[in-house]
Design a protein around this ligand. Structure first.
Ligand code: SF4
Length: 458
């Protein structure tokens, strides 16, 4: 928060700020200071020297100040195109949470809630075996319990486990995002919540309760999945990693021991996507040819600050190498790619390391840049006050999500392709949640018209 900002601006530039103008000025100045790592004094000296605010009539002073601040806040966009003020999202500054629950690398539940109908399940037996001393409470319905017991945002990552008998949403099409190209992916809903805590994770905005929900009735899932798959002749691409990390808790849940044998017999390409190194269960089975184990990758400096409690880059790559050596197909996701200082050097190093550990071609590599609903920016900023990823060049896109502008995304994707293609000419590379314009401007991707056939090859 910026102390005395109103009087500082008014005294320096000789005009009055109304409430909305103050809120916008405060947000812009806060983000510029964070981004450029300067202090307010230095910024004021710059504004006095390099803007025409002093020379404007009092009616124009605020618009000139705002325009100057926008140019400082979005320097790359300013150099490439006109900044559209409608696409700038200036949320009100809020104080960081003081009591935000911090996740641990070693996941240990605080308490386990189990629905009466799920109390004799495979999953609850595994949990009891792993955590014999952790209190378990039987409830009729976890949803009812959550409704009655309100939780705060600070508690979002409290490690409660809810074991439920799930009745709906077994499988659904990936919602992608409005106005963007959909890659033909289906989601097998294997729970909700994650023991990791990524500053950009959309679950922060979706959840109104802490902890992780785990379904107990996998057999019902499989029955419903049989009915669902009977409608399709061509192979589908299905994965579990939308509302959870596919393997983060696999050492505890042992879901992979059930899921892999089930999907091994189906006409699908099934993906388990993770930021963990929990592969022990995978190493004990004979790898079916239609199961893909994939890792999301980022530079270690980003993993350290933005992907709390996840496995390090080294551990992820070591796990991928072992899994590939046993005969599993592997895939990789550079998503979200975060545009920070030195990003080409950092991402090139990750790509070089990937190819030092694993042998191409892979089932796929996807690329996606940082994006989020605007509400998430506010939540993330109070939960992760040290993170500065939302002070990048993020503007509201067609889908009202914050995204980098197209010129910047094309530059990022093209460079990533160049780095990858130096090692590997064969792996299909596609974009996640991008529009037609970006897809057609990036050269070397799977042609969008062939994406489903190209990625869902059994
Ligand atoms: S690993 Fe995925 S689901 Fe888990 S916190 Fe990070 S982004 Fe969210």
């Amino acid at each position: 928060m910026l102390n005395n900002l109103k009087s500082t601006i008014e005294n320096n530039f000789k005009f009055r700020l109304n409430k909305n103008q103050l809120a916008e000025t405060e947000r812009l100045i806060f983000e510029i200071i964070k981004r450029e790592k300067i202090n307010l004094k230095k910024l004021l000296i710059f504004l006095k020297k390099n803007s025409n605010i002093d020379k404007c009539s009092s009616g124009n002073k605020f618009s000139t100040l705002k325009q100057t601040l926008l140019e400082l806040r979005f320097p790359l966009t300013q150099a490439a195109e006109r900044i559209d003020a409608q696409r700038v999202f200036l949320n009100k500054l809020k104080l960081p949470l003081r009591d935000n629950w911090q996740v641990n690398k070693d996941f240990k539940p605080l308490k386990i809630f189990v629905e009466t109908k799920a109390k004799e399940s495979y999953i609850i037996n595994n949990l009891r075996k792993k955590f014999p001393k952790i209190e378990t409470e039987e409830v009729t319905s976890c949803a009812e319990y959550i409704k009655k017991n309100k939780f705060t945002v600070s508690e979002l990552k409290k490690p409660f486990i809810f074991v439920v008998k799930e009745n709906c949403d077994f499988i659904k099409i990936c919602p992608c995002t409005k106005g963007h190209l959909y890659c033909g992916y289906w989601i097998f809903n294997l729970g909700f919540g994650c023991p990791f805590d990524c500053s950009y994770c959309f679950l922060q905005q979706y959840s109104n309760f802490p902890g992780i929900t785990l379904p107990a009735n996998l057999d019902n899932f499989f029955e419903r999945c049989d009915e669902f798959l009977a409608q399709f002749k061509k192979p589908l691409r299905i994965g579990t990693g939308e509302f959870c990390d596919s393997l983060a808790l696999d050492d505890i849940t042992e879901y992979s021991k059930k899921i892999i044998p089930y999907f091994a017999k189906k006409n699908v390409l099934f993906e388990l996507k993770t930021k963990s190194s929990s592969i022990d269960n995978l190493l004990k089975i004979t790898p079916p040819s239609n199961i893909v184990i994939s890792w999301s990758l980022n530079p270690q400096s980003i993993i350290k600050t933005e992907e709390k409690a996840t496995a390090s880059l080294k551990l992820r790559l070591e796990a991928a190498k072992k899994v590939q050596a046993t005969g599993f197909r592997v895939g990789f996701h550079f998503d979200p790619i975060i545009h920070i200082k030195d990003w080409p050097k950092l991402y090139k190093e990750v790509i070089d390391k990937l190819y030092a550990y694993c042998k191409p071609p892979f089932s796929w590599i996807s690329l996606g840049t940082l994006r989020c609903h605007r509400e998430l920016k506010g939540i993330s900023q109070v939960r992760f006050p040290k993170s500065d990823i939302f002070y990048g060049e993020l503007l509201l896109g067609k889908d009202k999500k914050l995204r980098y502008p197209n010129f910047l995304k094309v530059e990022i994707y093209q460079k990533m392709l160049e780095f990858i293609r130096r090692h590997d000419k064969k792996t299909p590379i596609y974009l996640c949640m991008e529009d037609n314009e970006v897809w057609s401007r990036v050269k070397g991707l799977v042609p969008f018209s062939e994406i489903e056939n190209s990625l869902a090859k059994l």
